[in-house]
Each structure stands twice: as structure tokens, then as C-alpha cells.
Write a protein that binds this ligand. Structure first.
Ligand SMILES: [Zn+2]
Length: 70
């Protein structure tokens, strides 16, 4: 059994099942609770901007993801 560690909170994800209690984005494993708060923060940030495009959202997504997992 492989041990999965969340790349955001650096905690081991017990009984890890992809897309159930963690998600894989590119080469990163992110636990469900980190992904949830990450997406919520991203939405809040983007809602404040007018107008926002999908391209902008995607750019912000990767920028924040890199920062959160660094
Ligand atoms: Zn986490």
C-alpha cells in the first residue's frame, strides 16, 4: 500500500482513495479538506474581480496552487 501525503497540509491521508478523500492535480496530491478550502478561497478572490474570464480563473488557480503547495 502506498502512503499518500497531502501536498498542502503535508499530512498523511489515511485510507486514501483518489477522488474520494483526495484529488490528484498534475503531480500533486491534495486532501479533500484542503481542496475544499482552496477552491472556496479562489472563488472569493475571483468574485471580487469584474469581469473575470475562465482564462483568468485558470491562471489564478495554478498560481495559487503552486503557492499553497510550495
Ligand atoms: Zn491537506
Amino acid at each position: 500500500m502506498t502512503t499518500i501525503t497531502c501536498d498542502m497540509c503535508k499530512k498523511v491521508i489515511h485510507d486514501a482513495h483518489r477522488d474520494v478523500n483526495y484529488e490528484t492535480v498534475r503531480d500533486l496530491d491534495i486532501c479533500k479538506s484542503c481542496m475544499k478550502s482552496f477552491l472556496r478561497d479562489l472563488e472569493d478572490e475571483i468574485e471580487d474581480r469584474d469581469p473575470y474570464t475562465l482564462q483568468m480563473q485558470r491562471k489564478e488557480y495554478w498560481k495559487r496552487l503552486a503557492k499553497a503547495t510550495s
